[in-house]
Design a protein around this ligand. Sequence first.
Ligand code: CA
Ligand code: CA
Length: 486
Amino acid sequence: MRPFLLPALLLGMSSAQNAPATVPALSSFEGQIVYQVMPDRFFDGDPANNVGVDRADPRAWHGGDLAGLTQKLPYVQKLGATALWLTPVYRQQPGNSFDTSPYHGYWPADFRDVDPHFGTLATFGGLMAAAKAAGLPVVLDQVINHYGYTAPAVEEHPGWFNGPAQCAAAQNKDVDCPLAGLPDLRQSVPAVRELLLGNADFWRAQGVSAFRYDAIKHVEGPFLKELLARDRAAGTWTLGEWYDADTGTVADWQKAGFDSLFLFSLQAAMRQSVMGGQSLSGVANVLARQGELPRPGEVALFLDNHDVPRFANGTLFEDDGQLRTRYGLRALMTLRGVPVLWQGTEIAQRGGPDPDNRRDMRFEGQWTPAEAQTFAVAQGAIAARKASAALSRGEQRLLKVPSGVQDDLLLFTRQEGGQTVLAAWHGGRARRTFSIPLSVLELGAAPQALTRSLFAGQNAGLSVSGGYLHLSLPARDAAAFALGAR
Ligand SMILES: [Ca+2]
Ligand SMILES: [Ca+2]
């Protein structure tokens, strides 16, 4: 193994004597709002590269590309997102597998080139320049577990891959057995290790600010830690995808070197309560574990993504899907962490499991009035979060609510500097006023006058009188109130 100087922070050194001359600052995405794009399903900016495109087939290429994404950056800015995450853009395997084309980008053949359906390295450079000009840092998806099924490397380098023998002998089958039958890379083979570390350097040199690492549950741990240490030294923010991660898993991997992981347990709880109408105590139970996280402000929070059914699909009805997605979007923008919005969630796009959850993005002019209204709610909630230091970066403290209302009411504060914001989620089916003794809430600061929600156009109010906090909340919605300095 090539010697590598680890930052002192990773080794837990604290004495000045042992510290290197400069310790790289921890990269941070706290305060960012990330917009996730799958380029093939976003916008077609160049019909000349539409080889094999069939938009009627959900498993075929649909023609979206990097030129299209570059054209649509003003849309992302209009929504208010501050960063972009692109699913992989590598040159993909030749042909289809399981009647599916590699439109999604997760079946690489060449990790250091752009698939011609998406454009070229030059087109990627154009996107990076436009994103930089727009002030949008780019998170690039990196595959480190496998090649595509039909990638030439599989025949050329049989020693790079785990075969049946390695899988049979594996102590950890998640790591050394193929994921969905994909050619599984052995990261401990020196040539594989060099390839993957070099891939990160290659894309870093293209100007990306962060990596989203795919399927980390299936990657050799020692390699992953080395990769993360290099990213940290280079100032690259790292976001890991451990499917179904709960707070404990996120905490473990933040300690091992990731800046962030997706908190799947919160996504599941929000799907069940906000979309599904079950008790909000499921969300409270996840938030109650926040203290386990070394860096809670970096954790990636989401309503849905390209690997799970669409959030709006939690109900059979289009109108309910729209209303509850608005509730979910506002709720998401009150939470501590880094919100990640999957393309189309801002209009409550519907869809079941993959590939139905990857329907083509539709833009203004193609929207129903309800979709336009959901977009306006997303835009307003994002704007309110960005305008509030407490909502963007504040500490989060869960408040006790009387047990009789805890199924329908979730309260927590966000506090930054002198500012305190009270977040209130209401899961009830009808508008309701809650009156709660201040002594129960243990709230440090509260206004005397009637206070309106920070979310524009929302009819929600808060006031204090006679030792009680009175909250007037619409059905199934989340509000945020500035309580002022404490
Ligand atoms: Ca195209
Ligand atoms: Ca593996």
